[in-house]
Design a protein around this ligand. Sequence first.
Ligand SMILES: [Zn+2]
Length: 633
Amino acid sequence: MVVKIIETINGLLPSDANISQVAFEGANIVLYTKNVDFFNNHNGIIKDIVKTIKKRVELRADPSLCLEIEKAETLIKKAIGKDAGKINIIFDHQRAQVIIEAEKPGLAIGKSGENLKAIKKNTLWIPFVKRIPAIKSKIIENIRQVLYANDDYRKKFLHSVGERIYGPKKREGKKSWARLTFLGGGRQVGRSSYLLQTQESNILLDAGINVAATGEDAYPHLDISELKINELDAVILSHAHLDHSGILPLLFKYGYRGPIYCTAPTRDIAALLCLDLISINKNETGKELYSSSEVKEMVKHTIVLDYEEVTDITPDVRLTLYNAGHILGSALCHLHIGNGLHNFMYTGDMNYETSNLLPSAATRFPRLETLMVEATYGGKDDIMSTREDAEDYLVGIIKSTMARGGKVLMPVLGVGRSQEVMVILEKAMREGKLDQVPIFVQGMVWDVTAIHTTYPDFFNSRIKKEIFHKDSNPFLSDIFKRVGSHKEMMQIVDDHGPCVIMATSGMMTGGASVEYFKHLADDQRNSLVLTSYQGEGSLGRRLQQGEKEILFQEGNRQLPVKVKLDIYSIHAFTGHSDRNQLMNYFRRASPRPKRIIMVHGDSSKCLDLASSVHKMMRIETLAPKNLETIRLV
Ligand SMILES: [Zn+2]
């Protein structure tokens, strides 16, 4: 397909540019040249083109010119030196790129990028540096392996995405419109999924599962006539939690082969959680919802974006992700629709507060007309104690439990709360507020923590400073002990003295937290500390409501467990904004939105928040139900 934009670029290039190939990588345009001199000294010509066409353009050497791999490898190692620690070098011949994984990426890059400049000039390969996580992570290794092994496919896939973005419009000249259909997450927490349609594009925002529900209530309404999976142009993933990502691999099972846009940590954590969901599902129902090969497809089709990197995703929609402060990699998804027609932003889950780990959600945008916001804690009674009070409260619970020789079980969401709590406890023990006791971190939580050590740039400035300037990474403290096998779990329960145990799932709907609970529940010296949102019907919610005996089904027999341990709930470690923070966010978001849509909250909370915001701001507010469609323009 001859695409207009390529003709325009060709017209702007000098006659000796000797361009051998023009390829799209999503919305980015890559030119390959056979003229070494032009490659090394294009003196602002490419910059001028970028200015003229307002698209990202990159110049690379034609792969045939790149230095032989063995020689290039020697040169790269020499340029980087030993200070960067261990390095792995991976060549992507198709794209004339070389990926350098390094323990210390800053040192690999060199002062103002001097090492990379030297590598580029002397080898003609374009170097990229990625971090080797401080804690070994199988999932990061596997994901990178999938991407490296499929670089041929990736090149073709990214080109086809670009052809759609820059190709002819399907309905050129027709009147513009945009509408939004609620497939899940309307007046409920769980199975978030929204379909955004314009006259030109079909875009899915999130595709989550409700882990606390069973049967068809667990999934969003993917079978409605408005949604044709093979006509979807793009999927945007706000963050990795399963109530937003859990059925993404299912789209690939149904034949979707388009792009998923999200941040790099979101891709990695979502892959890990989806793989975990497969085994949880198999244990509970004997069936697999999807297989690991569909998770692999998901990874192969993901296009990662940095925060505030503007990118076209269809002919009439431009996407920008902003920090949402909820979990590592979580994003506010800002969509610029049509040429200035409408600006819509979906918050995903967000936290308008600097947490122990992350900076608070972004508030400034170029334009904003409709804001769709989560209302998990949007009810008028959802006022949380301060984070400091909650930290003291948690430290107090642990202290008194230790004093009577008990264990503290903390069911946590693998992602977010658990790392937040790890940072709090590490600090409390380092500062002597708590005696040092082992903190057992169950496998899944450990894996997620390892992913966190891959992306320290996403942390708030305090933690970044500790890691980059003081070389002290809280996650590497030796108070944390990894628990892998069932045998190790049993040793902790039977033999070990006072300790803290962190295990998934946070709502106790399955996983190791439930296994630990069965063994710890009938000892009054122990404590259970719930820090997550507890879904309707979940074991966590039943315990909060005071149930004194729980019947577990174990094969054919029933196992009654008496509940004698102390139960505490702490909400303030949540990655969500409470009612006051939401109201403050609406006041401070700039520009001020003209319409606010409430989703991702129990019915009463969505309705209450909608009516309060309407009274406060005198703007249109909505709390749609699932299967409703609203028109944006
Ligand atoms: Zn979430």
